[in-house]
Design a protein around this ligand. Structure first.
Ligand SMILES: [Zn+2]
Length: 289
């Protein structure tokens, strides 16, 4: 079954909420055409699932991106999800032949969460790269920045990726802080028993029932997620006119046109000499915008 959705859930009489994301074709489209090594595609799948979980959990209207940059063999992992639940992603580099853990592979790198609200200030948070995997790095981020205990589980295979998040909210329903802690410990412990195959293969209701049949779980309506690239001719033009004119002229002389490819979806935007000159003339400061 082709499922591409994120779904929120809560537990009755507790201060814990959850989010469950599962993606099939939207993930496949995001990695298509890049010839990623299968383990790299899986790593990117976890990034994609995490970006959807973060975007659904940190409420805002705009774009969220999760980006890891490193001087190592894999130099970039990036996934974006906006509040219309559209995603895209990219990885650059190749995994080395020897199998390295997350921390070793990205030693010296940096990971950031960037939120660009449609209206308002851009925000960037730095994710510590000390965990043994992406999920534990993000957990550290939540405890620092949101001050809300949060646990994440991520999984991916060649055709699907999934993410599961539990978050402890400020106490309201719990009888005491101690009882709240106890419930949190219990629910996270049960989630720890979850296998990757269950996350990837089971429908949300069934997975939650398997984990939490003794609790009353309320599952909200699923929100659809789609692969969609936000590139456009207009955006490409805006990038193009910032480039060095001399260099553009050289490429034109050599190739007869300028071709700009979108690194995410592979769409090629082509510009002939006359069109390019028109664009470059338009950037003159004397011309009103
Ligand atoms: Zn694109």
């Amino acid at each position: 079954m082709d499922v591409n959705q994120t779904q929120r859930f809560i537990f009755d009489q507790s201060d814990i909420r959850g989010e469950l994301v599962k993606l099939n074709s939207s993930y496949q489209l995001a990695i298509a055409g890049h010839s990623y090594q299968p383990p790299l595609a899986k790593l990117l799948g976890e990034f994609i699932a995490a970006s959807v979980l973060l975007s659904s959990t940190l409420k805002f209207d705009g774009l969220l991106s999760l980006q890891l940059r490193c001087d190592g063999p894999v130099s970039l992992l990036m996934a974006e999800c906006n509040s219309q639940q559209q995603l895209r992603a990219i990885a650059r580099g190749e995994l080395p032949a020897e199998e390295l853990g997350f921390a070793e592979l990205f030693a010296g790198g940096s990971m950031a969460i960037t939120i660009e609200p449609r209206n308002g200030q851009r925000y960037q948070g730095i994710v510590p790269l000390q965990g043994e995997n992406l999920a534990s790095c993000l957990e550290a981020y939540f405890s620092q920045s949101e001050q809300l205990p949060t646990r994440l589980w991520l999984a991916a295979d060649e055709g699907s990726c999934a993410g599961f998040l539990l978050q402890q909210l400020p106490l309201q329903e719990s009888e005491s802080a101690e009882q709240g802690e106890q419930v949190w410990g219990h629910l996270t412990q049960l989630a720890n028993t979850m296998k990757a195959e269950e996350m990837l293969g089971l429908p949300a209701e069934e997975l939650l029932h398997r984990l939490y049949h003794q609790e009353t779980v309320r599952l909200f309506d699923a929100k659809p997620i789609a692969f969609s690239c936000t590139c456009s001719r207009e955006r490409t033009e805006r990038a193009l006119i910032t480039l060095d004119q001399q260099e553009l002229e050289e490429i034109l002389a050599e190739q007869g046109e300028i071709a700009m490819d979108c690194q995410f979806c592979g769409t090629v935007y082509r510009y002939k000499a006359s069109e390019l000159r028109g664009l470059l003339a338009g950037r003159s400061p004397s011309r009103p915008h």
